[in-house]
Design a binder for this molecule. Structure first.
Ligand SMILES: [Fe+2]
Length: 121
């Protein structure tokens, strides 16, 4: 079960972006299914780095085209990374709470991908 929405329905048509969406989904699944905190944290840190790289890739694609709303889009990326950082910091210092991660991926991140990133198509 993918904790992200089926990204097959949300293909952007950009091979690199779609490949990264797929890998983010696979990582999110691994975190959701992790039974031990160390595993969840290791995958969570990978997810954090990969999501950051994904956002950088997206920004690098948009920049040369003077993409409308570029500055606001970049700001959304920063806010999402900040929220994910909070989830990871809370998990490091306390219990691993999968629902915090699931809430971040299923709602905040998916809203960004579906409502904002899809405008790139
Ligand atoms: Fe984006």
């Amino acid at each position: 079960m993918c904790i992200l929405l089926s990204l097959d329905e949300y293909q952007t048509g950009h091979a690199e972006i779609d490949r990264q969406h797929y890998f983010l989904c696979e990582l999110a699944n691994g975190i959701f299914q992790a039974h031990r905190k160390p595993t969840a944290m290791r995958l969570g840190n990978m997810f954090f780095r990969y999501l950051n790289n994904y956002f950088i890739t997206e920004e690098n694609i948009m920049r040369p085209y003077n993409y409308p709303g570029f500055a606001m889009h970049v700001e959304e990326h920063k806010q999402l990374m900040s929220k994910l950082r909070q989830v990871m910091l809370c998990s490091e210092s306390g219990l691993w709470v999968p629902s915090d991660f699931i809430d971040f991926t299923r709602t905040q991140l998916m809203v960004h991908i579906v409502e904002t990133d899809m405008k790139l198509c």
